[in-house]
Design a protein around this ligand. Structure first.
Ligand SMILES: NC(=O)c1ccc[n+]([C@@H]2O[C@H](COP(=O)([O-])OP(=O)(O)OC[C@H]3O[C@@H](n4cnc5c(N)ncnc54)[C@H](OP(=O)(O)O)[C@@H]3O)[C@@H](O)[C@H]2O)c1
Length: 356
């Protein structure tokens, strides 16, 4: 069993649920040869601990100090930075700086924050490659339902030329509720009570969360270089309720649809309200359901559907990223280990013979 040392940067709804899930899945992790030890927790205003000692919060410097106290784990590829700070839509900070600091200090980084992949996917992926570490962000889009992992692990050689989808739970829930006359404010309050709505609800309502996810998907799957600010964007408001109800009466559904497409060297991306025919896959998604349809060259359209979302699913995304890191580390060590057959044990190599 290998013990991974974890540093949490951000410890709100998602961070706490992930910590609890590590405990609930301890036996499964052990079977996979994984044990975890939380060596530090950093938040802006509440708890900052380093190996059980309270420390004051000094931004990324606190993160760097924490990493420095886990030198052996960093050297051996057993240090993991868990980034779950709030989404900053202006620049994707300080999450991007945290990811960069983690990789520079020899840690793998897993995050549910969309910011780093939406603003700096290529720079961070290159930094991870140079450092021989992983930068994984499965929870950034559709929680624990695999999107990035699915393409990376199971669709080798396939080129994704575009996608469309419903990727924001809060707005889909509110749109669905308003179709049958529920008040916008009541539906939003329900999403806030579950912890699914962003801390700043305008990020969901104004389409920023969907734009950030669209940018992350476009950067990672279409090799685009876009930020959320380059995604054409629309949101929802109380007045959208009337349009949603009217569409429903005419057997159509009003949905906030995210799209991106590659045409030659150019990728265009947008988030917009669309009236969809009732038999469209995206039109069938109620309440907290999400889906993405990928357009590919070799396997046609691939649809990924999430029926219900929540904190456990987001926490599971972090767990699956952690397990991907552990499996890759185990595989790499097995490949490096020389075979121990009777022949290799008995016969010294030519260089051995020369030394003697
Ligand atoms: N909630 C979901 O269902 C969900 C789903 C998918 C992805 N996500 C993403 O996951 C991330 C976390 O979401 P959440 O619901 O857990 O948010 P949250 O409950 O608001 O927690 C955010 C945490 O980040 C800390 N934080 C904020 N700014 C910081 C900074 N500059 N330095 C250090 N710590 C900082 C906060 O510390 P203080 O409390 O001390 O201020 C808090 O511990 C977000 O990026 C969100 O977009 C969330």
């Amino acid at each position: 069993v290998t013990t991974y040392e974890l540093i949490f940067v951000g410890f709100g709804n998602v961070g706490r649920r992930f910590a609890a899930l590590l405990d609930e899945k301890r036996a499964v992790l052990k079977r996979e040869g994984i044990a975890v030890r939380v060596v530090g927790v950093v938040t802006r205003s509440h708890e900052c601990t380093n190996r059980g000692r309270r420390v004051s919060f000094r931004g990324v410097d606190t993160v760097i100090d924490l990493i420095a106290t886990s030198k052996a784990a960093a050297r051996e590829g057993r240090l993991v930075l868990v980034e779950t700070t709030t989404l900053d839509i202006a620049r994707g900070e300080p999450a991007t700086t945290h990811v960069r600091a983690g990789l520079a200090g020899g840690a793998h980084v897993i995050t549910a924050n969309k910011g780093p992949a939406a603003f700096a996917y290529h720079a961070l992926s290159n930094a991870a490659r140079r450092a021989g570490r992983r930068f994984l962000f499965e929870g950034a889009v559709m929680d624990g339902v695999p999107v990035f992992n699915l393409v990376r692990e199971t669709l080798p050689a396939v080129e994704v030329s575009g996608f469309r989808g419903i990727v924001n739970t809060t707005t889909n829930y509110i749109l669905t509720a308003m179709e049958t006359g529920k008040a916008f404010a009541d539906a939003l309050a329900e999403m806030q009570a579950t912890g699914i709505a962003e801390a700043d609800a305008s990020l969901d309502l104004d389409g920023w969360d969907a734009a950030a996810k669209t940018a992350a998907l476009a950067n990672a799957l279409l090799d685009a270089r876009v930020t959320p600010h380059q995604v054409e964007r629309e949101g929802i408001a109380p007045a959208t309720g009337r349009r949603a109800a009217e569409a429903r009466r005419s057997n159509r559904r009003l949905k906030l649809v995210a799209r991106a497409v590659r045409a030659g060297d150019r990728v265009t991306a947008r988030v917009a309200l669309e009236e969809l025919p009732h038999d469209d896959l995206l039109a069938s998604l109620d309440g907290p359901q999400n889906a993405i349809v990928l357009y590919t060259d070799l396997v046609g359209e691939v649809a990924i559907v999430q029926r219900g979302s929540g904190l456990t699913q987001t926490a599971y995304a972090l767990l699956s990223d952690l397990m991907a890191i552990a499996r890759a580390r185990t595989d790499a060590r097995a490949t490096r280990r020389p075979p121990t057959t009777a022949r290799t044990r008995r016969t010294p190599s030519p260089s051995h013979r020369r030394k003697r």
